[in-house]
Design a protein. Structure first.
Lengths: 342, 375
């Protein structure tokens, strides 16, 4: 059946779930071609990989429209650097050559806020060990956009590309830390319901964490993806579907911080459906599992790493969640997670 | 003291397994297949979300009734909201309502076409919106008595002059009567919603039990609440006892929340009306009393429903069996549209829209997955 795309684009089409994939597949990938031997746009991976001698040149780009611009744990500047660095890392490309940064500003935007965003962006670059090497600036009339929009792109090199479509039955699924922190911090702010508690975005650059894992086990890592928009559920769905495998998740093993879990209950939002900005999902061969966990947990960004499931050869693309009481399907988020009436 | 979410005693796995053994014993003693109905989407949500269907005995059919306020909101009510938006009025509502299909599309369609619709978590946010604005703000109020009391509480106090309410609130006890009176109803007992009973009190079900000779158990929403409630219900069926049993005493009293009830009936009056897919439900809809006509969007605006008449109802709705599902006669997998022509991204029936709807829940969580059957 043809993927459903509504006559007029709704917010759901940008939320990272099924609706967005339908939009990209039926409109933007229509007639798209890729260079020979490359991982191109049609792969819908975290980035593209183009053969270059005996290496791979990996490219990725992302635009950032977060509201509010400043949130506990980060801001749009830090997000713009980490998002692109992490997309490169998920392809196995941790040797980052350079980043670009484009910014579109609404007329009337405060200079002090721009300075704050730029300082944060620079700090994130230093933390990640990367450089913004070129950029672009535009200003649009008031009302023509909301505040500020950032776009970053990144270029990196690697010897081996890690895909998101190469999970194999028997692989263990590892998450590098707690789940749902970024999305729930933002959801609580947007809901404006005065939730108090330690809700903070996890936005962080994963370059050194992923480099350490890949150096330690190499091909013991079979697949990677960062669970950003659409959350862990959406990322796992893509991985399972593209790999033609089924996943069995151990619900109680998924690390979720208590304030995140409590807020999720209160707002009626599934923590597995909201964004993370400093986490990775890694498919690991069983023989490499212990090393991967040890390496992750020795790194400040991987302390809470956990094994959350196993890859099986059941129905392709199906994710079964064992709640501890029974099993059920984990569904792919449709669009923006929305609160319920009661 | 540990964080509350670290002490989720009502989700204790070992106790859940023990309760499921106990439930199996009671059902085995009844010695025949039986069906009971819950009337709350939150119950279905919890059953699906925690994977409890796998713990239920095969002879016990736990059916979801008309327990989703979004699902039973009828097309004309959605149309009123859509018509107001098309007339340029700014509407605030709960997220669940956005995609419910009306005659001429949903509120989400109206928004994508340029209409002004704000999603709010509570009526309080809608009032805030009105305070900060000079525009007319209409709050499209949906939900059962649990939510209606929040509308009543806010309307009992001062509200900005540019604020009004379009009430599509519903009252669940009359709908239980309709189900029980349906010829051939196979339900032998009802699981009533704990949160609604927190407001109404469990006493509200006593006349129902007396009239229909069926037991009613008030149950909460955690896994152990639901299992314990089903045990109590099956024990009552086994013993032939017709009574109201309160399995949610940590929240529910006999008389309920009197302050909330006073506000509810001061602001609202029950009137008969169609529930989508079910029937005309006498006293099933809550409308604002005349004394509140100044905040009633139906008095304040001329809602131009005629402007929608040129649009025929979506052709697929004829094949939709939401009504039979809401009445507990059929299940989502009995529907030819389920999962192919009717999905959460492109719903035909209201039951596929809301996260409280049974079709949506079965679509998302895998439905009746008894252990070994589908998973």
């Amino acid at each position: 059946m043809k993927p459903f795309v509504p006559e007029r684009i709704s917010l759901a089409s940008g939320a990272g779930g099924r609706a967005m994939r339908n939009l990209v597949e039926s409109i933007f990938l229509n007639g798209v071609t890729s260079p020979p031997g490359a991982v191109g746009a049609d792969a819908m991976d975290d980035g593209a990989a183009i053969p270059l001698g005996n290496q791979w040149l990996v490219m990725t780009t992302d635009s950032y429209v977060v509201k509010p611009l400043f949130f506990p744990g980060g801001d749009i500047g830090r997000l713009a650097i980490c998002g692109t660095v992490n997309d490169l890392a998920m392809m196995g490309a941790t040797n980052v050559l350079g980043l670009t940064c484009g910014i579109i500003i609404e007329e009337g935007f405060a200079r002090s806020d721009l300075e704050r965003i730029q300082a944060s962006l620079q700090a994130a670059c230093a933390e990640a060990g990367v450089h913004v090497v070129t950029g672009d600036t535009k200003v649009m009339a008031r009302g023509e956009l909301d505040g500020v929009v950032l776009n970053t792109a990144g270029v990196a090199l690697c010897e081996r590309v890690v895909r998101d479509c190469t999970l194999q039955p028997g692989d263990r699924l590892v998450v590098t830390g707690t789940v749902g922190d970024h999305g729930m911090a933002i959801a609580a702010l947007r809901a404006d319901v005065g939730i108090e508690g330690d809700l903070r975005s996890d936005v962080a650059p994963l370059r050194s964490l992923i480099a350490a894992v890949l150096n330690a086990v190499g091909e013991g890592v079979t697949a990677m993806k960062d669970p950003t928009r659409g959350g862990v559920a959406s990322a796992l769905f893509e991985m399972a579907q593209k790999s033609g495998v089924s996943l069995l998740l151990d619900g109680p093993a998924v690390p979720i911080r208590h304030p995140v879990r409590a807020t999720a209950e209160l707002l009626g939002i599934e923590p597995l459906h909201v964004a993370n900005e400093g986490k990775a999902l890694i498919g690991v061969r069983p023989e490499a599992l212990e090393t991967v966990l040890a390496v992750l947990r020795a790194h400040p960004l991987g302390r809470d790493a956990a094994v959350i499931g196993v890859v099986t050869s059941g129905r392709p693309g199906e994710i079964v969640l064992d709640t501890g009481m029974g099993k059920r399907l984990l569904h792919e988020p449709e669009g923006e997670p929305l609160p319920r009436i009661c | 003291m540990p964080d509350a979410t670290e002490r989720l005693e009502f989700r204790n796995r070992d106790q859940a397994l023990r309760l499921s053994e106990r439930l199996a014993q009671v059902v085995a003693r009844i010695g025949r297949p039986l069906a009971v109905m819950h009337v709350c989407g939150t119950h279905e949500q919890a059953i699906a979300r925690f994977g409890l269907r796998g713990l239920l005995p095969a002879d016990l059919d736990v059916v979801m009734g008309p327990g989703c306020p979004v699902c039973v909101t009828d097309q004309p009510e959605v149309d009123e909201g859509v018509a107001l938006v098309r007339q340029g009025v700014r509407l605030a509502t709960y997220a669940d309502m956005l995609r419910v299909p009306g005659t001429a599309g949903s509120l989400a369609d109206a928004r994508a076409a340029g209409g002004k619709i704000d999603v709010v978590y509570s009526i309080v946010q809608a009032v805030e919106l009105a305070r900060r604005s000079t525009e007319e703000i209409v709050f499209f109020a949906t939900g059962f008595e649990t939510t209606a009391v929040t509308t009543a509480a806010v309307l009992s106090g001062p509200v900005p002059p540019n604020f009004s309410v379009l009430s599509a609130h519903k009252y669940i006890p009359p709908a239980m009567e309709i189900i029980a009176e349906t010829p051939g109803c196979r339900m032998e007992g009802f699981l009533a919603a704990g949160h609604a009973a927190t407001i109404t009190g469990w006493g509200v079900f006593e006349p129902f039990v007396a009239r229909h000779k069926l037991p009613v158990v008030v149950a909460g929403f955690e896994p152990l609440d639901i299992l314990a409630g089903l045990i109590a219900l099956c024990e009552a069926i086994l013993a032939g006892r017709q009574e109201v049993i309160n399995c949610f005493p940590r929240c529910v009293s006999r008389d309920g929340n009197r302050v909330a009830l006073d506000a509810l009936w001061r602001v609202f009056r029950p009137i008969g009306g169609r529930w989508r897919g079910i029937a005309h439900v006498p006293d099933g809809n809550l409308r604002l009393r005349d004394t509140f006509s100044h905040v009633d969007a139906r008095s304040r605006f001329t809602i131009d429903l005629a402007s929608l008449w040129e649009f025929a109802p979506p052709s697929l709705t004829a094949a939709c069996i939401c009504g039979d599902i809401l009445a507990g006669r059929l299940t989502p997998v009995d529907c030819a549209l389920f999962g192919n022509r009717c999905t959460p991204s492109d719903p035909v029936g209201a039951c596929m829209v809301s996260t409280e709807g049974s079709c949506r829940i079965w679509h998302d969580y895998g439905g009746r997955n008894r252990s070994g059957e589908t998973l």
